[in-house]
Design a binder for this molecule. Structure first.
Ligand SMILES: *[C@@H]1O[C@H](CO)[C@@H](O)[C@H](O)[C@H]1NC(C)=O
Ligand SMILES: *[C@@H]1O[C@H](CO)[C@@H](O)[C@H](O)[C@H]1NC(C)=O
Ligand SMILES: *[C@@H]1O[C@H](CO)[C@@H](O)[C@H](O)[C@H]1NC(C)=O
Ligand SMILES: *[C@@H]1O[C@H](CO)[C@@H](O)[C@H](O)[C@H]1NC(C)=O
Length: 320
């Protein structure tokens, strides 16, 4: 009986040592709360318990406790005293009566680009509010994922859905290196697409562009460029494909994968955003670009995508 307990204790000890090594290997960012205090307790059994408290005079925006592992909403300490925010074109600013929070709502046929909310810190609004842009405007077909409609990009239908649009101002991921987008690299501004690991996400998940017109590919060489963050020991493969818009994404993957695949990025690419590009030949029809990941259920690491755009070039090398 006594022998068994000793063995269990040893197993437990080794497991705890393993857990410590695991957390050193990941890059846990500090949880900061301006004008407040964060108390962090964690145990391998229960996950995190994190308490948020604001200094006297400030009021906490969000729940006092964060329990368990996984995604966490960012908290802010707010205090009244900011000037009214100027009226925005094609949208309405709603300021809470207590003066702590303001939100923007876009008129019909307009879509928000940027942050939907901000808090006052006693003198200044902390987060830059977004602007309202005309919906369904395609522009140059680039996308920084600031727009709520993701410029028409969408994830293939699935539950759970690992492809998510992340807001640097609203979301915080403990034990993740990827907190900031590529466009702004700020703690309170910017959005990007992240592939989240989820225990039950063991299928194939596509992230699909809007339909691009065929004529984009005519008369010059065309490059599709994107920023990629791919870091961690188990990130495996990200596949980038181009398919005719009439072909279903499942058919592409099951039957035409070889001809549609333009690039496979395999494994750890380091803890930074890096540009990647693929060349797109002249297409016979309108087309779509697809990012695919297979079985992210045991993904230990981060995959992020941001700032997609087309570059037209006379030569065979992409340049901006
Ligand atoms: C607001 O919308 C109108 C059209 O309804 C447009 O002319 C104007 O440029 C828009 N303003 C901004 C800032 O987008
Ligand atoms: C409020 O924000 C402004 C601008 O970022 C900063 O200068 C100021 O120190 C902040 N005040 C407090 C109390 O944090
Ligand atoms: C390409 O086609 C789209 C519609 O399919 C059209 O709106 C656009 O003007 C065309 N562009 C050029 C450069 O021909
Ligand atoms: C990942 O991609 C590499 C290179 O394209 C390929 O050889 C390998 O089989 C792929 N692995 C998986 C699990 O699909």
């Amino acid at each position: 009986m006594a022998m068994v307990s000793v063995e269990i204790l040893w197993a437990l000890r080794l497991f705890m040592i393993y857990m410590v090594i695991q957390s050193i290997a990941s890059c846990e960012p500090d949880i900061l709360l301006r004008n407040g205090k964060v108390t962090e307790l964690s145990s391998w059994l229960l996950g995190d318990s994190i308490k948020f408290e604001c200094n006297p005079g400030f009021s906490l925006q969000g729940k006092t406790w964060h329990l368990g592992n996984g995604n966490m909403m960012k908290r802010y300490c707010a205090k009244a005293g900011c000037n009214d925010i100027e009226k925005q074109a094609n949208g309405t600013i709603l300021t809470a009566t207590d003066g702590l929070k303001a939100e923007i709502e876009c008129d019909d046929e307009f879509v928000l680009s940027g942050n939907s909310f901000t808090y006052c810190n006693g003198t200044k609004w902390i987060i830059k509010l977004g602007t309202c842009q005309l919906a369904n405007s395609v522009g140059d077909h680039s996308c920084d994922f600031e727009r709520e409609d993701m410029c028409g990009w969408r994830a293939s239908k699935a539950i759970p859905q690992p492809w998510k649009r992340i807001s640097a101002a609203a979301d915080f991921l403990k034990e993740k290196c990827l907190q900031q987008d590529h466009t702004f690299q700020s703690d309170v501004e910017g959005h990007f697409i992240r592939l989240q690991s989820q225990v039950h996400a063991s299928r194939t998940y596509h992230f699909i562009s809007p339909i691009y017109p065929r004529n984009l590919t005519v008369g010059h060489s065309l490059w599709f460029q994107f920023e990629l963050f791919m870091f961690g020991s188990e990130v495996r493969n990200l596949t980038i494909s181009v398919k005719p818009s009439s072909m279903a994404v499942e058919d592409m993957w099951n039957s035409f994968r070889n001809i549609c695949t333009k690039l496979t990025v395999s494994g750890d690419q380091g803890p930074n955003w890096k540009s990647q590009s693929i060349s797109i030949d002249e297409m016979e029809s309108d087309f779509q670009v697809v990012f695919t990941v297979v079985d992210p259920s045991s993904l230990h690491g981060d995959i992020g995508i941001d700032d997609v755009k087309f570059i037209k070039s006379e030569t065979n090398e992409p340049h901006s």
